[in-house]
Design a protein around this ligand. Structure first.
Ligand code: IMP
Length: 193
C-alpha cells in the first residue's frame, strides 16, 4: 500500500481526507510520524505555501509527502482574507476573531459572493504535482451551526441553503473545495497503480 505523509497538524483536515480516501492509501499524520513542527506559511500564494509544507516534510523524512493550503477569497474584499485566512485577525490564529473581522468588514456589502480555494502539493518520487479545488458560495450576516471548523459557520456553498457548519461531513464533502482537490489527487494516485 502506498504510504504518504500528510504535512498538517490540523486533525479536521486529516479526518476530511480519510473520509474520502478510505483505506486505499496509508496516510500518516505528522503526529503519527513523530514530527513536531509548525510549518510556516511565509508566501503570498496558496500554491507556494502548499509546496512549503510538502517540501519541508519531504526534506525531513525522505518520504512521499503532501500538504495543502486553503484560503477564503471574498469578492467584495478584493480576495481577502485569501492566503492570510488563518491569521486574518492576528498571529494568535483565533477562528472567532477571524470570523468577527470578516463579518465587520462585510457589513453593508451587497455582494457577498466568496469562494474557498484549496491547493494540494504532492512530492512523489522527488517530483511536485499540484491539485486545486474551488467551492463558490456566499458569506452570511451571522454565525450559525457548530460542526466543521474555521469559517464554516459563515459560508453557504452554492446549491445549498445552510452553512457548512450545519452539515455533516458527508454533506460538506458534496460541495467542498478540499473534497474536490482531494478527489483529483486520489484519481491521480489511482492512475499510478
Ligand atoms: P490553512 O489551510 O490551514 O492555512 O487554513 C487557512 C484558514 O482557512 C484557517 O483559518 C482555516 O480555519 C480556514 N479553513 C480552511 N479550510 C476550511 C474549511 O473547509 N472551512 C472553513 N474554514 C476553512
Amino acid at each position: 500500500m502506498m504510504k504518504l505523509i500528510f504535512a498538517t497538524n490540523n486533525e479536521n483536515k486529516v479526518r476530511e481526507f480519510k473520509s474520502l480516501v478510505g483505506d486505499q492509501f496509508e496516510i500518516v499524520t505528522l503526529l503519527q510520524a513523530g514530527i513536531d513542527v509548525d510549518i510556516p506559511e511565509p508566501h503570498d500564494t496558496l500554491e507556494a505555501n502548499a509546496r512549503e509544507k510538502s517540501v519541508t516534510i519531504h526534506r525531513m523524512t525522505g518520504a512521499n509527502s503532501f500538504g495543502e493550503d486553503t484560503g477564503l477569497e471574498i469578492a467584495a474584499l478584493n480576495g481577502a482574507p485569501g492566503v492570510l485566512s488563518a491569521r486574518y485577525a492576528g498571529e494568535h490564529k483565533s477562528t472567532n476573531d477571524n470570523i468577527r473581522r470578516v463579518l465587520e468588514e462585510m457589513e453593508g456589502k451587497a455582494d457577498r459572493s466568496a469562494q474557498f480555494r484549496t491547493v494540494i502539493s504532492l512530492i512523489l518520487n522527488n517530483k511536485e504535482y499540484q491539485f486545486e479545488g474551488v467551492c463558490k458560495g456566499r458569506i452570511t450576516t451571522e454565525v450559525k451551526g457548530s460542526k466543521g471548523f474555521g469559517y464554516d459557520p459563515i459560508f453557504i456553498p452554492d446549491g445549498a441553503d445552510k452553512v457548512f457548519a450545519e452539515m455533516e461531513l458527508s454533506e460538506k464533502n458534496q460541495y467542498s473545495h478540499r473534497a474536490k482537490a482531494f478527489q483529483k489527487f486520489v484519481a491521480f494516485l489511482k492512475d499510478l497503480q
